[in-house]
Design a protein around this ligand. Sequence first.
Ligand code: SF4
Length: 325
Amino acid sequence: MTANHIILSGMQPTGRLHLGNYEGALKNWVALQNDFEMYCCIVDWHALTAEFEKTADLPEKIHQMAIDYLAAGLNPEKTAIFVQSQVKEHAELHLLLSMIIPIPWLERVPSYKEKSEELGLDSYGFMGYPLLQAADILIYRAGWVPVGKDQLPHIELTREVARRFNTLYGEVFPEPQAKLTTFAAVPGMDGRKMSKSYGNEISLSMTEDETRARLKKMFTDPQKLRKGDPGRPEICPVYDLHKIYSPTHESEIAPPCRTGALGCVDCKMKLADNLNAALRPVRVRRVALEKDPDTVTSALKSGADRARAKAAATMVEVRKAMHLQ
Ligand code: SF4
């Protein structure tokens, strides 16, 4: 089966989203929703692989993430926005696929080894994470999955799973393709990749003043100590953000940084102005949605209803193909 116009994308419920999530995924999803049938899943079961001891704040994290999805411009009438655990069919498909997939296929997924060593995870569910992800994708018969390069092995596994199922039971699943997302690197306050786990993020939900205060503390070229010192924009994380938010960075930021005419404080405040201006519409919608939880709940409910209908139809085919009732 060839790739179709259906897209599945998802994020773990980490709560309030930051610029890295926005630039790296969300903005792209908003653009894609006009041309594709989109399913955007908040994958709470996946979160349990690492956070199984801390589930009390999951509902709030899901709610905040849904606010960010909507504020960023995902339209619930175009895109089914839903919580994974509200569509139980994902679990059924995961179980059935787990019967036909050899364990070494999961052991060789690069993130399995890396994360099990880094986070000390050794659960059965953690090992099955990429298979649950395959079920998330296949249950919508998605033709495309928007991902970064690091996720390519997961899509390849999903394709292998689809092939194995189709060979055993007949053609039910299309083989999804990766829709590679290329975006400018989004550094955090300390110059490392922006990530909540590093505590270096700028959230969509921050106010303009909070954003300004965060940017004031951002790392710069360590050799540029004061205005007048020549700087090196190519190694400065502030400049990396200018590349995203300041269209005239090549003429108005880099040259005076290099000569020393531009000081880092002024440079950061220009960035704050541009960044705040770019995020203003999202933040205005966000504030309104925070006061209107019913709209968020109802978007998630209608999204889950649509997703469930699609997933249930796939499961009818799957059970039939496997001679299950
Ligand atoms: S002037 Fe701007 S680009 Fe240059 S080092 Fe300072 S913060 Fe970075």
